[in-house]
Design a protein around this ligand. Structure first.
Ligand code: AMP
Length: 504
């Protein structure tokens, strides 16, 4: 089934139901949403886009994001959403790797894209784009459950992102788990897009389309606590996905304003570890409005969930223990813990978290080596270390990789190290995360200069700004005489992290 069928269905059943909002302004109802997306699909076909072709979306959050996403699906094509915060060079690499034929852009992220990679860009503020929404739209092209719907680029520890293949079947499965395991959706609800639509927040759009709910893109295009509190008062009930650091910022702002969160129905949090004190304070302030999910690109939003009651019910004897877990398996998957030999471990034993079920990817995009490492005997090896208790609650202990999670976004140290090492005065470097109350983790770079050289942070910062997204560049540069290494000459990042921890 093509995911666009859910939009067809809702447009027939509830044509006048309000669909897309920009801030508090209604942009269109479901009949209008369907008409524009279908017309765009037909226009894409007229431009030669065939089923299975890739079309990139390098856009900030806005109502046209959903029109473009569904337009691509009407044409039977594959959406390649790219985080609008990425550098044009990084986005260009993804476009090249996915062999996207066209890239839809909003003005800011789109700037510089064509210098990085020659691709036909369509600015959604241009008259050309407006004309594509005008025609008579055809029904969605037929797609099967194994056909690709979305190529989700997740970063790899090797520095280059990998394309997770998300099929229409996976999207259907993960969407159906939302009302079962996360939160029921009613037509009067509004999905509020505070986090990037290229990631988890966007993956929650289909179930809200299916239920005829509203979609609200903040006028700021991103996350602003005060704007969210205000919009919720005006347009609630709202549901939204937030990274743990966003929850912290929202609580601080609500406490400062004396706002009680009126109009916020549900905040789904996940994507990185949540500090226990932060969620306790959030629930104490806002009440039972929080649900946690654990997922990864390879099983998007779909591994486990900790329900609203489990997060909020302080009277439960095991409340605190469960609060620091990531909940139980969602309905679409089985979770197990594997030992070093791949054999299942017993409750309480710690090992690699492995997952199988309908929302798990079939493979990475054109990367059989990475696929062979990630998928074994039908199980997805998540690379996360954790344990299950006898009741099936999963607790994440650590990340097996060295990924830094800052503001809910994964930052892969190797990518930054590769850039820093291009500086002629940098001899060696190692990038690690340091705990930060505001962002979860901050990026810190340890640098060994070449003998007699005196490169300073300003020059390294300028180099990073030219090559990678702003949010990835180190918050601090430490100049050291040498890096701690093991007998094989491998840098001991654990020692560096420990050093930073001890200083704290
Ligand atoms: P990504 O593929 O970018 O979505 O990153 C997925 C990774 O984020 C997972 O493999 C975990 O390491 C981490 N993660 C996701 N959700 C949670 C959560 N609820 N608690 C702790 N870590 C999480």
């Amino acid at each position: 089934m093509n995911m666009a069928q859910w939009l067809e269905r809702t447009a027939v059943m509830s044509p006048t139901a309000p669909a897309l909002f920009h801030g508090t302004q209604l942009v269109t109802d479901y009949a209008g949403f369907r008409a524009r997306a279908a017309a765009l699909g037909t226009a894409l076909r007229a431009q030669g886009i065939a089923p299975g072709d890739r079309v990139a979306i390098f856009m900030k959050n806005c109502p046209d994001y959903l029109i473009v996403l569904y337009g691509i699906w009407y044409a039977g094509a594959v959406a390649v959403p790219i985080n609008a915060k990425l550098h044009a060079k990084e986005a260009g690499w993804i476009i090249e790797n996915s062999e996207a034929e066209i890239a839809f852009v909003t003005p800011d992220p789109g700037a510089g894209l064509n210098d990085a990679c020659p691709v036909m860009t369509l600015d959604v503020t241009s008259p050309e784009y407006g004309a594509m929404l005008q025609g008579e739209g055809d029904a969605p092209r037929t797609r099967g459950p194994d056909d690709l719907a979305w190529l989700f680029y997740t970063s790899g520890t090797t520095g280059r992102p990998k394309g997770v293949q998300i099929t229409h079947g996976m999207l259907t499965a993960t969407s159906l788990c939302y009302p079962l395991d996360v939160d029921p959706v009613a037509p009067e609800d509004g999905a509020f897009y505070a986090a990037p639509m290229s990631h988890g927040a966007g993956l929650y759009a289909p179930i809200h389309v299916r239920m005829g709910a509203r979609h609200i893109c903040p006028a700021s295009g991103g996350f602003d606590s005060a704007e969210l509190l205000e919009t919720a008062c005006a347009l609630g009930p709202l549901s939204l996905f937030m990274a743990p650091t966003m929850v912290r910022r929202l609580t601080d702002e609500a406490v400062r304003q004396g706002a009680d969160g009126t109009g916020i129905k549900t905040i789904v949090y996940g994507g990185g570890p949540m500090y226990r004190t932060d969620i306790e304070e959030a629930v104490a302030h806002f009440g039972p409005r929080f649900v946690q999910i654990y997922g990864q690109g390879e099983c998007p939003m779909g591994i486990s969930a900790l329900s609203r009651d489990e997060v909020a019910d302080r009277s439960h004897p095991r409340w605190r223990e469960r609060l620091v877990s990531v909940g139980r398996a969602q309905s679409g998957v089985e979770i197990a813990i594997a030992g070093p030999d791949g054999q299942p471990l017993l409750p309480g034993e710690m090992g690699e978290i492995i997952v199988r079920g309908a929302p798990v990817m079939p493979s990475y995009w054109r990367d059989s080596n990475a696929t062979a490492k990630a998928l074994r005997d039908g199980w997805l090896m998540t690379g996360d270390i954790g344990s299950l208790d006898a009741d099936g609650y999963l607790t994440l202990q650590d990340r097996s990789k060295d990924v830094i999670i800052s503001g809910g976004t994964n930052i892969y140290p190797r990518e930054i190290e590769d850039v820093l090492l291009t500086h002629p005065e940098v001899h060696e470097c190692a990038v690690v995360g340091r705990a930060s109350a505001e962002w979860g983790e901050d990026v810190v770079a340890f640098i060994v200069r070449h003998p007699g050289k005196g490169v300073e942070p300003d020059a390294l910062d300028a180099l990073c700004l030219a090559e990678i997204a702003r949010f990835k560049r180190p918050k601090e540069y430490r100049f050291v005489a040498e890096l701690p290494k093991n007998n094989y000459g491998k840098v001991l990042k654990t020692d560096l992290r420990q050093m930073l921890e001890e200083e704290d």
